[in-house]
Design a protein around this ligand. Sequence first.
Ligand code: CU
Length: 414
Amino acid sequence: MKLYGLGAGILLACAVTSRAAPIDEPVTTDTTPASDIDAASQQIEALLAQSKEVTESSLSDASTKRRREDYDGQQKCSLKNLLIRTEWSALSSKEKKSYISAVRCLQSKPARTPSTVAPGAKTRYDDFVATHIDQTLTIHYTGNFLTWHRFYTWVYERALREECGYTGTQPYWDWSRSAKSGLTAHPLFDGSATSMSGNGAHIDQTNGSIVLSGAGLPSLYLPVGNGGGCVSGPFKDYKVNLGPASLALSDGSTLAVENPKAYNPRCLKRDLTDAINQRYANASSVVNLILRNDDIASFQLKMQGVPGTGEIGVHGGGHYSLGGDPGRDVFVSPGDPAFFFHHAMIDRTYWMWQLLSPKTRTHAIAGTNTFFNMPPSADTTLDDIIDLGYVTDDQPTIESLGSTIEGPFCYIYI
Ligand SMILES: [Cu+2]
């Protein structure tokens, strides 16, 4: 699979007042993002408290118009059935273990994707990876980036719950925490039995760097970590079956196989890279993104990174700080189960941004249906549907995915 002229890497490439505002009214904020990390962390806390209050007040507000009762006859979203997504660190050891076994369960159930479509898709987990490979060029730097990944992460959470008996929610990875602690000190990546596996075994990557280039833009060199090999811990025996499709390697090259959906089982590799986490996805990066981008076009672009500027955004920052295979492969990245923690945090950031002005931001949309509009395509609209292929038969409209307490959804973050 080729990237049509654009380098693989590019793809991945205040005290806030916490009063609860009515859902239709913008919340007053001091929109000066802090550059100091501790102050920025406090701003995130305040934004979070506010998002939570706005959501809860709208759920308890009987006048809220569009509720979940009109969505496929599902039980309506209320404070009683609201699911709460937390940071991995907040889970007990028992909860962490039950999450890990549910993921291992998905990785052992048979695929729904026919082998004629993706011969390498062997497990239910692989269904998710195959769909992402198929759609990569129509879900990044597009008008559906945020709602597509919101729905995708939610369907994954639902599969863990409904197909694998998990009773919790999809946790997130707060990049700003690991930026402070170091990745291997974060409970998500400490390599213990209650982690999503940690760093990969050390391999020699002397003078290595990841090079993001293409489209005639200046190359960006990203540092490598001190792992790079296979992980140990809970995902030691997990096999990444699909790809690589566009894997950035530490010698600066990019690896792809003829058919990334062919069967190519290999270990999960990681190269946890603190320098990337600290540079692109710290607390300040998060508040800057949320408070300095008033329209959806600039918010989603800054989040994904602006090619040629040296910025890869918090989205690229999270992906590249995981490193490894398939962590550095834009197409195959969901093959690392940490993907869903990263994308829950992407969604949480989107959620906090939306709730600063629900009236204007819940259904804000900008962009087209192709990666940087290459090849040229129609503008994305709220009536467009999200089709996850063999992952699910559900085909919601983008409009129904704008709020986390409407359409199919009923969750918030704390
Ligand atoms: Cu993606």
